[in-house]
Design a protein around this ligand. Sequence first.
Ligand SMILES: [Zn+2]
Ligand SMILES: [Zn+2]
Length: 76
Amino acid sequence: MCYQVIERYSVCKCLYYKHAIDQCRAAGQHGHQVQEKTVLVGYACSSHSSHRPEALPGTGVLPDSGYGSGAYPAQR
Ligand SMILES: [Zn+2]
Ligand SMILES: [Zn+2]
């Protein structure tokens, strides 16, 4: 029996990595099947892992950053 290891994310079940088929001598014969072995990796993929830090309101917008008060040249 041939084996193919398929790694999936354990959280979202997305495909992580599909290994090459480990063929046996009966490969290619009629009725021969490839046994899939699913191995789970212990995290979610990049599109399903929501570890974005929440944007705090107010940060990034400073009341007086120096811009607009003469420090930044408007014209050259
Ligand atoms: Zn086989
Ligand atoms: Zn996913």
